[in-house]
Design a protein around this ligand. Structure first.
Ligand code: PRP
Ligand code: MN
Ligand code: MG
Length: 179
């Protein structure tokens, strides 16, 4: 790791505090209703695990994996399912959990796909939202942190599959991706 990290943007403690606040909101909002958390592999693993443990509300958990597009790649807006849900979400309250919304393409497709399955509701919770996400009409219900458009890593977020296990969110030093 060493000098691959440029600076820390959100500390481990800030993440924990914010998740506790979001969990309290979610507990209140879903009182009296069943809740199904849907994590988007692989980035959402950390936030799913920590958010679920901050919730007092009982919840089920399931996972999806979808193909997505790297920065700079032109997108047709079509996303492919690599691993589908195990659970039938008809009439269920679905809360999609993400590590980051960047262009918003992944989630706008995913939410449309999930809504076509007849759930009672579909909402979104993301640890990080980047500025581009505002250009897509997603209606994100729960946001951990709004961060600037920098190359961020840690807490599930990877660069070439590395750095996901950092307990904080930071920026990647340019020399790493500039070679
Ligand atoms: C990242 C991130 C989100 C998505 C956000 O996943 O975890 O799922 O991209 O980007 P968008 O808003 O521009 O669509 P990625 O495809 O890198 O897979 P990963 O979760 O396995 O890292
Ligand atoms: Mn992801
Ligand atoms: Mg990734």
């Amino acid at each position: 790791m060493g000098d691959d990290l440029e600076k820390v943007l959100v500390t481990e403690e800030q993440i924990k505090d914010r998740l506790r606040e979001l969990a309290a909101e979610i507990d209140a909002d879903y009182a009296g209703r069943e809740l199904l958390l849907v994590g988007v592999l692989k980035g959402a693993v950390m936030v799913m695990a920590d958010l679920a443990r901050e919730l007092h509300h009982p919840c089920a958990m399931d996972w999806m994996a979808v193909s997505s597009y790297g920065a700079g790649t032109t997108s047709s807006g079509v996303v492919r399912i690599l691993k589908d849900l195990d659970i039938d979400i008809k009439d269920r309250n679905v809360l999609v959990v993400e590590d980051v919304i960047d262009s918003g393409l992944t989630l706008s497709w995913l939410v449309g796909n999930l809504k076509s399955r007849g759930p009672a509701s579909v909402e979104i919770c993301t640890m990080v939202r980047k500025p581009l996400a505002f250009e897509v009409d997603l209606g994100v219900r729960y946001v951990g942190f709004d961060l600037p458009n920098e190359f961020i890593i840690g807490y599930g977020l990877d660069y070439a599959e590395k750095y996901r296990n950092l307990p904080f969110i930071g920026t990647l030093a340019p020399h790493v991706y500039q070679g």
